[in-house]
Ligand binder design. Structure first.
Ligand code: MG
Ligand code: ZN
Length: 179
């Protein structure tokens, strides 16, 4: 089994500075759901790992988040794709949790849940904290230039091993031609 761990905002859907607070505000990036569906059809497991401090800030409710994720899964299902699980950190930045990226807690949890060796697992993000968390967990890291990615690609804090592609669709092209 191949396992991919994706950030949500700026990788799968358009990000916005004031948080995605409702299903209406959730808009897929062009080609991202099709790319996930290609992975699903190729037998990959796709998992999302997302910081959602907007919950801790009271900007939206757990029900809003459920509605957002139902919209994502329904649009994906129409294309033959599936996200196997969504791992989320709901905490505020100063809460002292170990799940908020750049800490690796969510990734370690996912590796345990799927009994997957870290070096076989590929992770995609648009922010330095996504790449840092995945790298510290021992996974392979891929940066996209959507969302914050244009800014992130010049960050001196990026690990040398990170691979950079314009969009999630380009990342998936690379994975499916390699394997
Ligand atoms: Mg992001
Ligand atoms: Zn957390």
């Amino acid at each position: 089994m191949k396992l991919a761990i994706l950030d949500r905002d700026g990788v799968i859907n358009e990000d916005r500075p004031d948080f995605i607070k409702s299903a209406d505000e959730w808009v897929a990036l062009p080609g991202s759901l099709e790319a996930i569906a290609r992975l699903s059809r190729a037998g990959w497991k796709v998992v999302v790992a997302t910081n959602q401090s907007g919950l801790g800030r009271g900007l939206f409710t757990p029900d809003d988040l459920t509605a957002i994720h139902q919209k994502m899964q329904q649009q994906l299902a129409a294309l033959g794709g599936h996200i196997d699980a969504i791992f989320m950190c709901p905490h505020l930045p100063d809460a002292g949790c170990n799940c908020r990226k750049p800490l690796p807690g969510m990734f370690l949890e996912i590796l345990k849940r799927y009994d997957a060796p870290a070096h076989d697992v590929v992770c995609v993000g648009d922010s330095l904290r996504d790449i840092t968390a995945a790298h510290v967990a021992g996974c392979q890291t891929w940066l996209v230039e959507t969302g914050n990615g244009q800014k992130t690609r010049n960050d001196p804090g990026l690990p040398k091993s990170v691979q950079i592609r314009p969009t999630l669709a380009d990342v998936v092209d690379s994975w499916l031609t390699e394997s």
